[in-house]
Design a protein around this ligand. Structure first.
Ligand code: ACO
Length: 394
């Protein structure tokens, strides 16, 4: 008799069946948005190397690039930025919701962000309208409002009054302003833009894939983004940046790095901020952030964090580099964000504020050429079990 797990192989068309735990190496879609070269350590957004965008571009420009597959003209960028600025306010009800929950003990800000973005749909009369115009407008609305929500969550957590958005600042500068209550200086504004640009997209990462699975069912844009937020929260994905900072705090000083790592390795612990499904060399985003870390830690007087991070990097790469385990984006981003004065619990929300651009761009792309995502599982449960009446079960 054929077992179920043999059957799945028989019903599949010849040559189409493949099993890969964690979908490792599986190509599930075509995309024009971004490309990750895992062996060469390159990241490209629609033909533009990430180094070039981090050097030259703004978050608004990168968001336009991801949505429309080309760089904007000056007039288009002005219009797009104005559109984003006009969408910064959030409904009072959404603010009330996050205000009532963000400071509760044990509630993670990503939980509140996920809930508040979901609630945005309740106050969008067009949430269920499925037209290209509405999808594109929502892409901009959600990404713009995500920064306002994330910043407000941070303020509530810190017991500080809300800072309403300003329309005269860039997306990155306004986000910084809403978080800290003062506009950034030139260096801080640039660094915020760089952080959002580096986090904006990353091909078929777990959260973008989660968003696409939801979008492929023809669900609305908010549902897709909420799925992305849910997936980003985990420590194996966007949650790693917060864990890196916790690790540095628990190590404490540079002289404790070596014994701490020895013990962690002896216990076969995963070191947060290292390793990647695709990169088997240095993540280019980590290289860019390490460069900024030097200046921002000098300005903030937090050089010891960078010193510890570089010691960990040296040991880890020496020991595991051959195996393809290198720093990923989350390793240095924690040091950078903490040195900008951001609470570690708010690191992953910042990641989400950037990645929102990628989620909506990919969701929009999926919508234009959709096919439902529906892989198979190999069934490894029993072939046949007797149904024992409830009263007779032990
Ligand atoms: N520290 C130590 N060893 C590691 C690490 C790490 N950070 N990452 C992977 N390894 C080892 C594993 O122990 C495993 O070793 P083994 O073959 O001897 O059992 C091997 O490398 C493969 O690891 P997997 O977890 O199977 O690799 P996968 O491709 O599934 O995982 C992942 C990638 C989840 C990112 C992993 O490297 C990890 O858990 N890293 C730590 C968390 C982290 O930094 N996440 C952020 C990723 S970037 C992002 O999402 C923005």
């Amino acid at each position: 008799m054929t077992t179920y797990s043999e059957e799945i192989k028989l019903v599949a068309r010849p040559g189409e069946i493949s099993f890969s735990k964690g979908l490792d190496g599986i190509i599930a879609a075509e995309s024009t948005k971004s490309y990750v070269d895992g062996l060469g350590g390159r990241l490209v957004y629609h033909g533009h190397p990430i180094e070039e965008l981090a050097q030259e571009s703004s978050f608004e420009e990168v968001f336009f690039l991801l949505l429309y597959d080309r760089l904007p003209t000056a007039a288009e960028l002005r219009r797009f930025s104005t559109q984003m600025q006009q969408e910064r306010e959030i409904p009072d009800e959404v603010y009330a919701l996050l205000r009532d929950h963000a400071a509760r003990p044990g509630v993670h800000p990503m939980t509140v962000l996920r809930t508040a973005v979901s609630a945005l749909a309740v106050y969008d009369a067009q949430a269920e309208v499925d037209t290209p115009e509405v999808h594109q407008a929502q892409a901009i609305q959600i990404t713009s409002k995500m920064a306002t929500i994330a910043a407000a969550i941070g303020r509530v957590r810190a017991g500080q009054p809300r800072v309403p958005p300003r329309r005269d600042l860039s997306h990155a500068a306004n986000y910084f302003y809403m978080m800290g209550g003062r506009p950034p200086d030139e260096f801080e504004a640039r660094l915020m833009d760089v952080l959002l640009i580096l986090h904006a997209d990353h091909e078929s990462n777990a959260s973008t894939f989660a968003a696409l699975v939801v979008k492929s069912t023809m669900a609305d844009m908010y549902s897709a983004v909420v799925a992305g937020l849910a997936a980003l929260k985990g420590p194996l994905h966007g949650g790693a940046n917060e864990q890196v900072m916790k690790m540095l705090a628990s190590i404490g000083t540079a002289d404790r790095v070596a014994p701490w790592l020895d013990e962690a390795m002896a216990q076969k612990k995963k070191i947060m901020g290292f390793g990647h499904r695709v990169y088997k060399t240095m993540d280019p985003r980590a290289t860019i952030l390490r460069g900024y870390a030097r200046e921002v830690t000098r300005r903030a007087g937090t050089e010891r964090w960078l010193e510890m991070a570089e010691l960990i990097e040296k040991t880890m790469v020496g020991k595991f580099g051959q195996k393809g385990i290198w720093p990923n984006v989350d390793f240095f981003s924690g040091v950078v964000m903490a040195s900008l004065g951001i609470d570690p619990a708010m690191f992953t929300p910042l990641f989400a504020v950037g990645r929102s651009a990628g989620w909506v761009a990919h969701a929009w792309e999926q919508r234009q050429d959709n096919r439902l995502f529906r892989p198979r599982f190999v069934y490894v449960g029993p072939e046949s079990e007797p149904y024992v009446p409830l009263a007779e079960r032990k």
